[in-house]
Design a protein around this ligand. Structure first.
Ligand code: GUN
Length: 277
């Protein structure tokens, strides 16, 4: 059985470190405020938003909640972002994705002031990350790097294969692994002979968004497997992009779902908030 990479424990440690830092900042008269915007009431988004607000409360960050109706227009949402950009009390702005279909996510993300873009989704943040300049790092990929480092897994020189090329996980994940001096391959739905490629991985990152897609024949013996996916199964239980039970005996370390990457995403959001003051 592989070693379990405990994202819950590692994120708890990270949050405790941040809590101390926030207390120190508060002692210096610096308070942190995060504006959290949700449009509509998608149940999964509501859970994420609640978890983010709870993390803020635990660490000592004030969160301002904007729960907007599904029918909110793009102009109304933009007007709110402009107000929050101008509000000196607000350090970070988070717009929970996905947005309803009538709102253009790219336009919204671009409207957030880069110095308040604690999700790290603004093109300026993504560009800075890609060329190693200062800026907010996208929370999920940054959480994966932190998880590997805090588990004592070396990245430098390793063959890393990312499955999935989304803007919020796959692409920034590849850039961050590269920054850590890994040899990086990005695969996607049009990749030929996917299994042949994923089997080369010392570290395999699954972020394709298909439940239990990665089976034992996709992984090399002794590989490290990081599962970014999260899906609700028909039996009500959560699972990842990796078929955990099928893969666990073959690999050296693996993240569970839930309790792997998910809590790290929130911890890294908190880290970005602390960095925003
Ligand atoms: N939707 C899925 N993941 C995320 C995330 O990290 N941030 C935001 N804002 N929305 C998301």
């Amino acid at each position: 059985m592989a070693k379990l990479i405990d994202g819950k424990a590692i994120s708890a440690q990270l949050k405790d470190e941040l809590k101390e830092k926030v207390a120190q900042l508060s002692g210096m008269g610096k308070e942190i405020t995060l504006a959290v915007i949700q449009v509509g009431a998608d149940p999964a988004s509501s859970v994420y938003v609640r978890n983010k607000k709870n993390a803020c409360a635990y660490i000592g960050i004030e969160s301002l909640s904007y729960e907007l109706a599904e029918e909110t227009s793009q102009e109304e949402l933009l007007a709110l972002i402009v107000r929050l950009n101008q509000n000196e009390k607000v350090n970070g702005i988070l717009v929970q994705l996905p947005l309803p279909g009538h709102i253009d996510e790219d336009v919204i993300i671009k409207a957030i002031a880069p110095e308040k873009d604690v999700d790290g989704f603004h093109p300026q943040s993504v560009g800075a990350m890609s060329i190693g300049q200062k800026g907010f790092l996208s929370c999920t990929p940054a959480g994966v790097i932190e998880l590997l480092k805090r588990s004592g897994i070396e990245i430098e020189g390793k063959e890393c294969v990312v499955v999935g090329r989304s803007n919020i996980v796959g692409k920034p994940m590849a850039m961050l692994l590269l920054r850590e001096n890994a040899t990086v391959t990005v695969t996607h739905s049009r990749t030929k002979n996917l299994k042949e490629v994923t089997k080369r991985a010392d570290i395999l990152i699954a972020a394709l968004g298909k439940p239990k897609f990665i089976k034992e024949d996709f992984v090399k013996e002794g590989a490290v497997v990081i599962d970014v996916g999260i899906h609700r199964q028909e039996n009500g239980k959560l699972c990842g992009d990796v078929d955990f039970d099928n893969v666990a005996d073959k690999v050296s370390a693996i993240t569970p779902v839930p309790g792997g990457v998910g809590p790290m995403t929130i911890a890294m959001l908190m880290k970005n908030c602390v960095q925003s003051v």
